[in-house]
Design a protein around this ligand. Structure first.
Ligand code: NDP
Ligand code: 2IT
Length: 449
């Protein structure tokens, strides 16, 4: 840390002061800063125009009240947000998260990551994130619909197909996107591609539900191929059991790997025989239809269930954290390393803590950060926008081929900017510089706006 350029210290201290109550946001920005600072030092224009300082300030942050009435007839008040972080390379784009933990810090970190991620996809999308502290758990379909309608009634004033195009994230899937799309269409009296992740009957893209999980596995396969290896026969540990985890597991099985674990916020299941197609179908039904707990998997298949713990102590070749931020800490990272884990591919956004990342780097574990490895979701969202604009739809095969190509190119970008003198690929550095360059150049070209 002794050769940090002067700019870093000043930048870090100012940013920390201005955002003192936003630990996740600071974590995300610092993690990027350490990689791009030397790059900025070599490019005086970026320094002169304070590009990094600009990027760390949202273009706009919207906060609003979301009142709705629950099934008991009681009034509930939630808080809604949309952080429009950067639109230098395209309309704002990024998911909506409904989870009780949602606050400004979490959404700013997600929006900041989204800017670089969207740039890496090579599609013309700026970055945003939004959501609410609404907790969808245990709510009826009617309550979900009422909440989504109230949320969209205000959000509709701030988004549009050429302005800002939200999608799903934690707690927001096809059902919620459908209700929000319906309300937007009613309010605006127009049918446009204002949201992505829509149902197939009303403008959704094939492969969008699968895209984040599939893209993650395509990326990890590229990492292995770079080493002359492949996923076939590998032992995989997955956290989460939501959208990203489900399709990551599906694609791992297709590649001949054995997935040993899945989890939710209560605990994890460990199935030494591996989650096969039939067991995965049970997870889909459990989580997407009955909205039950992962423990039921262990009850049904007679395997181990570990309450209140993460699966990082399980022996594996590849770890795919697919639940949430900071779910993999230094202790978990040390366990993975001591069990011989070769690769960590982040399906979630910022699941590894800074301490965990240091452990991976010190032990030469190949570590793919979320902004590269989980970019397949937003990439297919970008393809959904293109199809909506053309009033046309591509086949499953066409979208999947484009997704594979995009993940391959992101991998190439990471290798280009992340290759070290000893040949080791620092995917974090590669992704951070690769994502930054295009946005920074676009900002320079457009002047101080
Ligand atoms: P889902 O809501 O479908 O699933 C989330 C999963 O993570 C559930 O298993 C959930 O368990 C678990 N989880 C959520 N919060 C916590 C928590 N605080 N502690 C422990 N477990 C938790 O969301 P997604 O699968 O869509 O999203 C998962 C991750 O992937 C997020 O980090 C998201 O930002 C990221 N991501 C998502 C994309 C997408 O297209 N959907 C694209 C790129 C990244 P439980 O049910 O108990 O809450
Ligand atoms: O974190 C993410 O990239 C997402 N939640 C998907 C965003 C999108 O616009 O598809």
């Amino acid at each position: 840390m002794d050769e940090i350029p002067e700019l870093t210290n000043e930048f870090i201290s100012n940013l920390s002061k201005r955002n003192a109550n936003e630990p996740e946001f600071l974590q995300a920005v610092f993690e990027v800063t350490e990689d791009i600072l030397p790059f900025i030092e070599q490019n005086p224009e970026f320094k002169k125009y304070k590009i990094l300082e600009c990027m760390a300030e949202p273009e706009r942050a919207i906060l609003f009240r979301v009142p709705w009435i629950n099934d008991k007839g009681e009034i509930e008040i939630n808080r809604g947000y949309r952080i429009q972080m950067n639109s230098a390379i395209g309309p704002y784009k990024g998911g909506l998260r409904f989870h009780p933990s949602v606050n400004i810090s979490i959404l700013k970190f997600l929006a900041f990551e989204q800017v670089l991620k969207n740039s890496l996809t090579s599609l013309p999308m700026g970055g945003a994130k939004g959501g609410s502290d609404f907790d969808p758990k245990g709510k009826s379909d009617t309550e979900i619909m009422k909440f989504c309608q109230s949320f969209m009634t205000e959000l509709s004033n701030h988004i549009g197909p050429n302005t800002d195009v939200p999608a799903g994230d934690i707690g927001v899937g096809g059902r919620e996107i459908g209700y929000m799309f319906g309300q937007y269409r009613r309010l605006k009296r127009e049918f446009t591609g204002v949201l992505t992740g829509k149902g197939m009957e009303f403008g959704g893209s094939l492969i969008r539900p699968e895209a984040t999980g599939y893209g993650l596995v395509y990326f990890v396969e590229e990492m292995l191929q770079q080493k002359g290896d492949s996923l076939a026969g590998k032992k995989i540990v997955v956290s989460g059991s939501g959208n990203v985890a489900q399709y990551a597991i599906e694609k791992c099985i297709e590649h001949g790997a054995t997935v040993l674990t899945a989890s939710d916020s209560d605990g994890y299941i460990y199935d030494p025989a591996g989650i096969d197609k039939e067991k995965l179908a049970f997870i889909f039904e459990l989580k997407n239809e009955r909205r039950g707990r992962i423990k039921e998997y262990a009850d049904r298949y007679g395997c181990e269930y570990v309450e209140g713990k993460k699966p990082w102590n399980i022996d594996c070749d590849v770890a795919l954290p697919c639940a949430t931020q900071n779910e993999l800490d230094e202790e978990g990272a040390l366990e993975l390393v001591s069990n011989g884990c070769l690769i960590v591919g982040e399906g979630a956004n910022m699941p590894s803590t800074p301490g965990a990342i240091t452990v991976f780097q010190q032990n030469k574990v190949l570590y793919a950060p979320g902004k590269a490895a989980n970019a397949g979701g937003v990439a297919v969202s970008g393809l959904e926008m293109s199809q909506n604009s053309m009033r046309y739809s591509w086949t499953k095969k066409e979208v999947d081929t484009k997704l594979k190509e995009i993940m391959k190119n992101i991998h190439k970008t990471c290798v280009k900017y992340g290759r070290q003198s000893d040949g080791f690929i620092d995917y974090k550095k590669g992704a951070n510089i690769g994502g930054f360059v295009k946005v920074a150049n676009a900002m320079l070209a457009q002047g101080l706006v």
